[in-house]
Design a protein. Structure first.
Length: 557
């Protein structure tokens, strides 16, 4: 029965650990959702910036696997190039080491304390932010309790000679044992699909004295390789770029561990010299109290050193994975929904993706508007320009459909009320942009009525183009709030919208007055009225979009 007790205690502790990690990650993501979205949007071609993004996002979500899967998804959608993705992956490898430092705290002292501090705001606070902070604290406490439970499961193994004999080879201080431990750590992480969980198990084994210090560090190195399987699986069925990003992650970790293998005995000594406490010290109760800090430092130092060594060669790594992953297919077109099920992504990452698509959509609508202005101003009717405007409108229809469907799937995930409100605002922005595109196309089609003897001349033509330019300026003003993440002056926008509405009514009345005086044929009254109404509708939808943009950028409270 002792074996059964060890197994169910280990599984129970692992379950509490996973549940705590889930609570902690969800709570931190909900609180820092806006931060994650802005961090992701800040990615540039600067490799140091990309590393910083990967580091910060992973520290928040507490999972390098989540960050790398997200990165593969962005490459898949064409929102990030391979070099940027590799930089983010480098940062994710460093960011995931924070988990080791959290685990290395004396868990038996703080687990129940954090659960006690966290459950009150998590269950009873009316503030969305405090609820999620409470969940994060509760999650950290459960992580500690889970580790304590796992450690208690391993204690009897110290006296179990059969078990000790079975792992005797792994405990040896020679390269065969090091390589075997690395391979075992890699294999177990591939099975568990969580390097954080394997790190927790490794620390629990080491801190209870079941495995020696050098074996624990070798296992951790193997776990660095094993965690890459998650991104590789996520890239299956994706674009060539996504596969290259996943393989870059695997190559980076594999190369790093391979190089470290040659210096492993010296690396153990280096870690010992940096932390004065003896990792082999055994307390009266048989535990090894100081080994966890050494394992955490070894994990961090390895990933930081590997990143610093590989960072100057990021282009060479990109070239290598490009060579081993040739593009044998036809030209691929980046597409939002090729990422697969958004349920496997962070809500904040999905929102950043959708926001990028919204910005593209706004730019397309802007090009469509300017082309329509040229189409109307041309002396001759040009059917090719009309065809291009209609094609732009079809593109906006497709983007609108994709964004709406994508965000509806995202809303099925657990998230804060603030994130839910932001997603609803994004769907509204997409709706309004699509409506603006519809009226631009409608306005372009009215040009067809002036192909024959009817012409738009004189004051009516001048007023029409003036009004068209003013409506464009209004649309551009509102759109800047989406492109630049800047707060909109809503009272100013409302005043300008009302001014344009009155201007439109005045234009229609003036044109009818000119027709009554015989300046224009009566048939133009209907066409001119339709033209002005189309511009007025563009103004109305731009105004509604301003309200949605304001909701999207509202502060999280």
């Amino acid at each position: 029965m002792e074996a059964f007790t060890i197994i169910y205690t280990l599984l129970g502790g692992l379950g509490i650990f996973f549940f705590g990690m889930k609570f902690m990650s969800d709570g931190l993501q909900a609180v820092a959702g806006d931060v994650i979205r802005k961090i992701i949007n800040s990615i540039t071609s600067n490799r140091f910036m990309a590393v910083g993004v990967g580091l910060l996002v992973t520290c928040i979500v507490q999972s390098s696997s989540v960050t790398t899967v997200m990165t593969v998804g962005f490459v898949n959608a064409g929102l990030m190039n391979l070099t940027q993705a590799i930089g983010v992956i480098f940062g994710a490898n460093i960011g995931t080491t924070i988990t080791g430092w959290i685990i290395s705290i004396q868990v038996d002292k703080y687990g129940l304390l954090l659960v006690g501090l966290g459950f009150v705001p998590a269950l009873f606070s009316k503030s969305d932010k405090f609820q999620h902070l409470g969940r994060a604290l509760l999650g950290i406490g459960l992580v500690f309790i889970g580790l304590k439970t796992m450690s208690s499961a391993f204690v009897p193994l110290r006296e179990n000679q059969a078990f000790l004999d079975s792992i005797a080879y792994f405990s040896g201080e020679h390269y065969g044992a090091y390589i075997a431990s690395i391979l075992m750590g890699c294999l177990l992480t591939m099975i568990v699909q969580s390097s954080s969980a394997m790190l927790g198990i490794t620390m629990a084994l080491a801190s209870t004295g079941v495995i020696p210090y050098h074996t624990a560090i070798s296992l951790v190195l193997g776990e660095n390789i094993g965690t890459t399987i998650t991104a590789i699986l996520a890239s299956i069925g994706g674009t060539v770029g996504a596969k290259r990003a996943a393989r870059a992650h695997a190559c980076f970790n594999l190369f790093g561990v391979f190089v470290m293998l040659f210096f492993l005995p010296h690396y153990f000594n280096l870690i010992d010299s940096l932390i004065p406490l003896d990792p082999r010290f055994v307390a009266a109760d048989g535990s090894v109290p100081y080994v966890s800090q050494h394992i955490a430092l070894a994990h961090t130092l390895f990933n930081v050193a590997a990143t610093l060594c590989f960072l100057p060669f990021i282009n060479q790594l990109a070239a290598f994975v490009t060579k081993i992953t040739p593009d044998r297919s036809e030209k691929e077109v980046p597409h939002l929904l090729v990422l697969g099920d958004p349920a496997n992504m962070l809500p904040a990452a999905s929102m950043a993706q959708a926001e990028s698509e919204l910005k593209k959509m706004k730019e397309i609508v802007g090009r469509m508007y300017r082309l329509n202005r040229e189409f109307w101003a041309a002396d001759e009717y040009d059917p090719k320009m009309l065809a291009k405007i209609i094609d732009y409108e079809r593109i906006t229809d497709n983007i609108h459909k994709e964004i709406t469907v994508f965000l509806c799937y995202v809303m099925e995930k657990p998230m804060s009320h603030h994130q839910s409100s932001q997603i609803q605002a994004m769907i509204k922005i997409s709706d309004e942009l699509e409506s603006v595109a519809d009226y631009i196309e409608r306005l372009a089609n009215y040009r067809d009525r002036f192909k024959s003897n009817e012409k738009l001349e004189g004051e009516s033509r001048t007023e029409f183009f003036q009004f068209m330019d003013e409506v464009w300026e209004f649309f551009h003003l509102v759109g800047q709030g989406l492109l630049n993440d800047q707060e909109l002056d809503i009272p100013k926008i409302e005043a300008k919208s009302h001014e344009l509405q009155l201007w439109a009514d005045s234009m229609r009345e003036k044109h009818l007055d000119r027709i009554s005086k015989g300046t224009y044929p009566p048939v133009t009254a209907l066409t001119y009225s339709d033209m002005v109404v189309a511009l007025r509708k563009i103004r109305a939808h731009s105004s509604l979009m301003a309200g949605a943009i304001e909701s999207f950028h509202a502060k999280y409270e």
